[in-house]
Design a protein around this ligand. Sequence first.
Ligand code: C3B
Length: 825
Amino acid sequence: MNSKRFDKETFKEAVKDNVKTLYRKKIEEASQQQIFQAVSYAVKEQIIDDWLATQEAYYQKKEAKMVYYMSMEFLMGRALGNNLINLTAYTEVKEALDEMGLDLNAIEDQEPDPALGNGGLGRLAACFLDSLATLNYPAYGCGIRYRYGMFKQRIKDGYQVEAPDNWLKEGYPFELRRPEYAKEVRFGGSVRFEKDPETGRDKFVQEGYESVRAVPYDMPIVGYGNHVVNTLRIWDAEAITDFQLDSFDRGDYHKAVEQENLAKNIVEVLYPNDNHYAGKELRLKQQYFFISASLQALLAKFKREHGNDLSKLPDKVVIQMNDTHPTIAVPELMHLLIDEEYLSWEDAWEITSKTCAYTNHTIMAEALEKWPIDLFSKLLPRIYQIIQEIDRRFVEKVRAKYPGNDEKLKKMAILWDGQVRMANMAIISGFSVNGVAQLHTEILKNQELKDFYEMMPEKFNNKTNGITQRRFLAHGNPLLADWITARIGDGWITDLSQIARLKPLVNDEQARREFMQIKHKNKIRLAKYIKEHNGIEVDPHSIFDVQVKRLHEYKRQLLNILHVMYLYNQIKEHPEMSFYPRTFIFGAKAAAGYQRAKETIKLINSVAEVINNDRSINGKIKVVFIEDYRVSNAEMIFAAADVSEQISTASKEASGTGNMKFMLNGAPTLGTMDGANVEIVEEVGMDNAFIFGMRSEEVIRYENHGGYNPIDIYFSDWELKRVIDQLMDGTYAHGDHNMYKNLYNSLLNTQCTPRADMYFILKDFRPYAEAQKRVEEAYRDEHRWSRMAMMNTACCGKFTSDRTIEEYVRDIWKLHKVEVTVEEE
Ligand code: C3B
C-alpha cells in the first residue's frame, strides 16, 4: 500500500465491508472498538500481499541467511499506527477515515497495548524487529503468546495495584494462527538409553513425560516503505487432546486433566520482573516451551529448504539469545541434533557452537539466572544430561589450561553449588557474547566475566543499543517529525545519521523558535493527558522534568523524589527565593513482589499529594505520577519532556534506551556516567548534558573494597538529614511513622545486606542537587536552552536501532539484504 498502491476509495469500502461481515452492522452503528477491528483488518489485508511476497523472496533467495531472535519478551506496543507509518500510508488512511467521519487517533486508542515484555529488554527486541524489516534482513522473532501481558497498573490511595492485562479479550486483529506448524513439547519423565533395533544406533528415549502442543501465532513486522514483512512468531500452548500418551496411560483421565492444566498455565502470564529472576519452575517451563517449539520449527524449515545436511545450518541460520532467558536453546539444539537427527556429539557441537550467540543485558547478580539442579533435572532430564556433558568437556579444558586453579572453575563451570548457571552455559557454547553499551561491555570484560574474557577474548564484542525513530519520532511526535522533514527532507526516517543536518540550524533563531514551539505544543498535549488522568493542573511553561522507566532501586527514583522533598523544604523556608517552576513527572511499574519499589511509588504519590495541594508555594513545584506507564503513553511523554532523568548508580544500567528516546525528542540528559549516557555525552558534548555523580570505577572500587558509610554523610549534611528524617516523621504519611520504614532502613540501617545505601543515594545527593541547579540556570536562558534541546535531537543519529542492527549483521549475524518487489496495481 505504498502510497501508489494505496487507494482511498478501496480502503473505505474495505472498512465498511469489514464492519458488515464482522458485526453485521453499518459504520454508523459500530462501536469504536468494532471500527478499530474493521480498520485493522483492512490494513492487514494490505500487509498480507507484502508478507507473502517477502516469504517468497526469502525462499527464492536460498542463500538468504536468517536470524532467529529468541526472546521471552517482545514489548511491541500498538501496531495499527506503526504499521500505517511503515506502509507510508498514515496520511492517506487518516484522510480516508476523516472523510468517513472517523478519527484515526481515537481508533488507535482502541487498540490494546500488546505488552508482552517488562521494560528495556523487551522493547529493544521490538525495535530490533522494526529495524531488521526496514533494512531488508530476513528475520524471525520467536517468543511466547502470553494470555496476560505486563499487568495494568492502577494507583489506589497512592499504592500500586496490579490488574490483569487481558489484551486478547476482543481478539487481536494483526495475529494469524498457524496450527499447521504446531509442535509437541515434552516435560519430565525419565530418560532411557537403548539401541535402535533397526539401525543399531544409540538412542536416548524420554518416557513417562507430560507434553503440550505448541501452536504458533504470527504477527507481521512491516518494514518502512520497502514491502518487507517479517514475522514475529509467538507460541500458544494447547492440551494434546488426541491422547498421544503412552499406552500405559491411555484413557487416563487424570493425566488428561494434568496436560490440560499444563497447557493452560504455561502461557498464562508474563513474569513481571525486570532485571530480576523469580526462579520459579513455571518460568523454566515457559523458557523450554518456546525454545523447543521454535527450534523444531527452525530445523523443519531448514530441511524443507536446504535438505538434510545439517552441517550447513550455521551458514543459513543464526540464533541470537536475548539474555539468559532463552539460553536453553543450546542444549535443546544439541538434543534435537543428536536424538532426532542422529548426529554425533562432535558434529552437533560444531553446529550448535557456530549457530548460537548470546547478549548480556545486565550485571545485576539477581538477574543472571541460576536453576537448582534438582528442579532442572526433574523437569528436563535429557536436557540436563546434555548440560552435564557440555560442562564436563569444558571443565576438562579449564583444568588443562589452568592446572590446579579451582578458582577458575568456581567462576566458570556451568554446574556449581547445586545450580545450573545459564549465563556460563551461553558464553561457553556460543560464538559471540555481547554487551549493550561500551561501558557495559568493558565492565563485562574486566569485571563480571573477566575469566571468560581471558580464556576466549575473540567472543566478546559490544553492540550499543538503539531505538527506532519510526515509532519514537515519526509516530510519537508527528509535529516534530513533519518539521524536521520540511527542513532536511525525510531521509532521516530510514537513515538517522541525516538528522545531523539540523546542526547548522541551531544557530538559526527562527528554527530554534519553531523547535521550541513544537515542544510547547507537545507539553500542552501531555498536560491535557495529565489533567484527564490525574486531575492535576500542570503549567506547560514549567520545566517538564521526567523520569519514566521500570521502578528499581538502582535506577534511583528515590534520589529524584528525595531531591523534590529537599526543594520543597527550601521553597517553604525561603518563599522569596527565585525558583523556576518545575513539573516532576514519574512513570514506573514495580514488580509485584518488590517491596521497596512499591514503597517508592507510594512515597512519590504522597509527596505529590502534599506538594500539589500546598497553595503557599504558588504552584512552583508539581509532582505527577503517571499511572500505567507503557509504550503508548511513553510516545507522548518523550515528545513533551524538557529534562531526561537518567540517574542510575554508575555501572548498574547496562545501556538504557529511554535515554535515547528523550534525546531524539530534544530533551537533554540529566544523568550519571552510566550505560549509554556515556556515549550520548560523547555525541552531544558535555555542554549539552548535565552530568553528575560517582563514576563507575569509584562505585566498583567501593563494592570491591568497602569503605562507604552513608551515616557520615547523613550527619554532615543537615538538609539531607532533614529530608531523610521526613521519611519517618509522618510528613508524607498523615502522621504514620512506619510507612517508609523500609526505604529509610535501606539508606541508613547498617544491618542491610550487603550494605546500607547500596546504590549510593546519599553520596550522590549533593552532586545531583547541584546538577539540578545547573538545569534551572540553563533553562532560564531561553537562547541557550533551545540550542541544547535542538542539539540533542541533531546529535542522536548514532542511537537508531538501524545502526545497532547493521553492527550485529556485520560482526555476528552475517546476513544479506533481500529486496522484495511487488507488482504495483
Ligand atoms: C535492560 C537493561 O536494564 C537496560 O540497561 C538495557 O538498556 C536494556 O535491557 C536493553 O539492553 N534489562 C532488562 O530490561 N531486563 C533484564 N532482565 C535485563 C536487562
